[in-house]
Design a protein. Structure first.
Length: 386
């Protein structure tokens, strides 16, 4: 029988999926009631008790089934304390595959139609996980390489230094309209498209949780990694499930960024560790500053609205940032340049001899002696709507 604890109380009956009419409303109420809690027990059995389609995103850091081949020692003969815990031991590949298939099946049932799943692993397990993901109907969107800027050396000198892990980012199905905060990732990366290779350090220093001077959890992931994962594929108020909660990194980042979490962990000592950590974790800011709205979700502001609001006037001259190209604003919201007339995008493309142009960013207006993009005016009008 599975041991189920909920902050010290038995609440298994309240976790069960509603059977009578109005189930969708009940699902929402049940999920709200159990947000930001940690459950102690087997993740497969506990996920089966959660309502179908109840979570927005799942981040999973499952056992890697490491095949280390004996103890590791440094050149000075001191022992390297890696992962030798019982929860990472399996009798063989068949046993590990069965475990993986069962937890992924349970995860898929509770994931929303348009939800996504992240799973991290190493060469020991990630290829087996990937095959099972596809067999179950998940649709792989990216394999992201977490390149460790400070990897552990290869002490035996018989292989390359293992300096990366792989994250698979998957939609629930090929038809899922999944969330990806493209603009947030781009701005986070100095206005360059975020690539699928992430250079981030291992969890060290003050961030590394310790007990009696030793690592409290052998595979604690860095908060910087989870920050990027959570920010890229969720929004404020979304529910994030971590079925292998461990030291609580997923929950800590979810709480900081205004998301809700559900944690499942079978080792009580890790739950105690995570609970203390989460008690000390605070939300980073107000909701407004944590949101990552997609462009399609923002109110549409036609260029002509700038004229109607008096922010621009007919006949006013717009230029590119360097002043090489110029166009004049017409009363109907079009621009005119060198005898060509069209939208801000069409005229921007025309003067540059390009197939397309983002006129909001290309065209600038002089304001207090400085050139500013007309997009600032659009943002001003959007702010007034809200």
């Amino acid at each position: 029988m599975v041991m189920l604890l909920f902050m010290g109380r038995d609440r298994k009956d309240e976790l069960r999926q509603p059977k009578r009419a109005g189930a969708s409303k009940k699902v929402k109420n049940v999920v709200c009631k159990f947000r930001n809690r940690i459950f102690v027990g087997d993740c497969i059995e506990l996920m089966q008790t959660l309502p179908k389609g109840s979570v927005d995103m799942i981040f999973a850091d499952p056992p890697y089934n490491l095949q280390l081949g004996g103890d590791l020692h440094r050149p000075n003969n001191s022992k390297v304390y890696g992962v030798d815990n019982s929860w990472d031991h399996f009798s063989g590949f068949a046993s590990y595959d069965s475990f993986t298939r069962n937890w992924l099946s349970a995860a898929r049932k509770i994931l929303k139609t348009d939800g996504t799943l992240w799973v991290i692993g190493s060469y020991h397990n990630i290829y087996r996980v990937g095959t099972i993901l596809q067999d179950l109907g998940f649709w792989i969107l990216n394999d992201v390489i977490w390149r460790k800027s400070n990897p552990m050396p290869n002490f035996r000198g018989r292989r390359f230094t293992n300096a990366h892990e792989t994250l698979l980012w998957c939609a629930r199905s090929q038809e899922s309209k999944y969330r990806f905060n493209y603009d947030a990732m781009k701005t986070l990366n100095d206005d360059l498209q975020m690539r699928s290779d992430w250079i981030l350090p291992l969890c060290t220093g003050a961030e590394r949780l310790k007990k009696n001077g030793k690592k409290a959890h052998p595979t604690q992931k860095p908060e910087s990694l989870l920050y990027r994962v959570v920010l890229s594929s969720t929004e404020v108020g979304d529910v994030i499930l971590d079925p292998f909660f461990g030291s609580g990194t997923t929950g800590a980042i979810a709480k900081q960024l205004g998301r809700d979490y559900i944690g499942i962990e079978r080792e009580k000592n890790y739950v105690n560790l995570a609970e203390k950590r989460l008690e000390q974790t605070r939300r980073l800011s107000e909701e407004e500053f944590l949101r990552s709205p997609a462009k399609k979700d923002l109110p549409r502001i036609p260029f002509g609205r700038l004229l109607e609001s008096g922010l621009l006037r007919p006949g006013q001259v717009l230029t590119d940032p360097g002043g090489r190209h110029a166009a004049r604003v017409r009363a109907d919201g079009t621009l005119a340049a060198d005898g060509f007339r069209g939208s801000i995008h069409q005229v921007g493309a025309y003067v540059q001899n390009l197939p397309a142009c983002n006129g909001w960013q290309f065209w600038h207006v002089e304001k207090k002696g400085e050139k500013v993009p007309i997009d600032l005016y659009r943002q001003q009008l959007r702010a007034e709507i809200h």
